[in-house]
Design a protein around this ligand. Structure first.
Ligand SMILES: Cc1cc2nc3c(=O)[nH]c(=O)nc-3n(C[C@H](O)[C@H](O)[C@H](O)COP(=O)(O)OP(=O)(O)OC[C@H]3O[C@@H](n4cnc5c(N)ncnc54)[C@H](O)[C@@H]3O)c2cc1C
Ligand code: FES
Length: 336
C-alpha cells in the first residue's frame, strides 16, 4: 500500500536493476570504436544471465528517442570471460535506428533489456579437422566469437570488406595470423571486386573438405549455399543471416491496428512490423528476420503475404502471423 501505484520491485529496479529475480537487463559499461562505423559494446548482464555458446546472438531492447526497439546482435566475447561481461559488435547501417544509436550515441551506464543468448550457428562438440570461416562486413561478428573461444589446428578465413580500414577486428586477426593460429585472405571489394564464390578454389583449394561457417549479406550466402549444394557438400556449410531473404512482394493495402486505433497505407514489400513501428504502434519484435517468433501477432481480418515465400495467409480465428516477414496483401487488420 505504501508504494502504490508502483510495486516494491519498481523501487528495487532503481537501486539494483541487475539483481537476481529482476527482468533480465544489462548495463553498458563501455563503447570501443572498431572502425569508422562499427563499435564494440561492453555489457554487464544482470544476475539472471545464463551465459552463451560461441556463435550465438542476444536480443537487446534499447530505448531510442523514447521508443523501446529490439534487435539481435551476435556475441563477440569468448564464453569464459572472467569479469562476467559480454560484448556485441555493431556496424552502423545507413538510416539504422538502433545500430547508429549504439555506435554513435549510447553512453556508458545506459541500461538495456536483454534476452538469454540463443541461436544454432555454433561449433559442434566434435572438433572438425579443417575449418573455413567465410564472412563479409558485420558478418564477422559471430565468427569472432568462435575464434576467440576455440582454437583449431587448421583454420582458414576469407573475409570481405570494401577496404582494409573497414575490416572489423583487423589487428586481432593479423595477430592470430602472426601466431600461426589462422590463415586469412582479405578481399577488399572496392579494389578486388566482389568475391566470386565459383573461384573459391583459387583462395582455398580444399574448401570442400572444410567444415564451413559463413555469415554476411544475402548475396554471399545465397551464392555459397548454391556452390556447396552443386558440389554435394551442403552438409558442411553452416550459415547465419542477419536479414531474411525477401523473394516475393505484391500489392499492399490499408493496414488497421485495431487495438491502437490506427490505420495506414502500406505497400506490399514493407514488413508489417516496420509499418506498425512507423505508425507509432507498440509492436513486439526480436530478430526481425523470421527466426525467433518474438513478433507473432493475431491477424484479425484481411490477408498478408509471407515475404520469404510469397504464401498468402488469410484471417481466421486463431491465425497468427510473423509481422517481421509479412506484408499487407490487400486491406488487413492486425491485433495491435
Ligand atoms: C541473428 C542476428 C545476429 C545479428 N548480429 C549482428 C551483429 O553482430 N552486428 C551487427 O551490426 N548487426 C547484427 N545483426 C543485425 C541487427 O539485428 C540489425 O538488423 C541492424 O543493426 C540494423 O538495425 P537498425 O535498427 O540500425 O536498422 P533499422 O532501423 O531496423 O533499418 C534501417 C534500414 O536498414 C535496413 N536494414 C535492416 N537491417 C539491415 C542489415 N543487417 N543490413 C543492411 N540493411 C539493413 C532496413 O531494411 C531499413 O531500410 C544481427 C541480426 C540477426 C538476425
Ligand atoms: S521478430 Fe523474430 S520472428 Fe519476427
Amino acid at each position: 500500500m505504501v508504494t502504490t501505484p508502483l510495486l516494491p520491485s519498481d523501487y528495487l529496479d532503481l537501486v539494483s536493476p541487475l539483481r537476481a529475480g529482476a527482468d533480465l537487463r544489462g548495463r553498458i559499461e563501455a563503447v570501443h570504436p572498431e572502425t569508422g562505423d562499427a563499435a564494440t559494446i561492453v555489457i554487464r548482464p544482470g544476475q539472471g544471465w545464463r551465459g552463451h555458446t560461441a556463435g550465438q546472438y542476444v536480443r537487446i531492447g534499447v530505448d531510442v528517442d523514447g521508443v523501446r526497439l529490439w534487435r539481435a546482435y551476435s556475441i563477440t566475447s569468448p564464453t569464459d570471460c572472467q569479469d562476467g561481461r559480454v560484448t556485441i559488435t555493431v556496424k552502423a547501417i545507413p538510416d539504422g535506428k538502433v545500430s547508429n544509436h549504439l555506435v554513435r550515441r549510447v553512453e556508458p551506464g545506459t541500461l538495456i533489456q536483454l534476452d538469454q543468448a540463443t541461436g544454432d550457428f555454433v561449433l559442434p562438440q566434435a572438433r572438425p579437422a579443417k575449418v573455413l570461416y567465410l564472412t563479409a562486413g558485420s558478418g564477422i561478428t559471430p565468427v569472432m566469437g568462435m575464434l576467440r573461444d576455440t582454437e583449431f589446428d587448421d583454420v582458414v578465413m576469407v573475409h570481405c570488406a570494401p577496404k582494409a580500414q573497414d575490416v572489423i577486428f583487423r589487428s586481432e586477426l593479423h595477430s592470430l595470423v602472426a601466431d600461426g593460429k589462422l590463415r586469412l585472405t582479405e578481399v577488399h571489394t572496392d579494389t578486388d571486386g566482389m568475391l566470386d564464390i565459383t573461384r573459391l578454389d583459387e583462395l582455398v583449394p580444399d574448401w570442400a573438405e572444410r567444415e564451413t561457417w559463413a555469415c554476411g549479406p544475402a548475396g554471399l550466402l545465397d551464392a555459397a549455399e548454391k556452390h556447396w549444394c552443386e558440389h554435394g557438400v551442403q552438409d558442411r556449410l553452416h550459415t547465419e543471416r542477419f536479414r531474411p531473404s525477401i523473394v516475393a512482394a505484391g500489392d499492399g493495402g490499408e493496414v488497421t491496428f485495431s487495438a491502437t486505433g490506427k490505420t495506414v497505407e502500406a505497400d506490399g514489400a514493407t514488413p508489417l512490423l516496420d509499418v506498425g513501428e512507423e505508425a507509432g504502434v507498440l509492436m513486439p519484435s526480436g530478430c526481425r528476420m523470421g527466426i525467433c517468433f518474438g513478433c507473432v501477432t493475431p491477424l484479425k481480418a484481411g490477408a498478408v503475404r509471407d515475404l520469404r515465400t510469397g504464401e498468402i495467409t488469410e484471417a481466421e480465428p486463431g491465425v497468427l502471423i510473423q509481422t517481421c516477414v509479412s506484408a499487407a496483401a490487400g486491406p488487413c487488420d492486425i491485433e495491435r
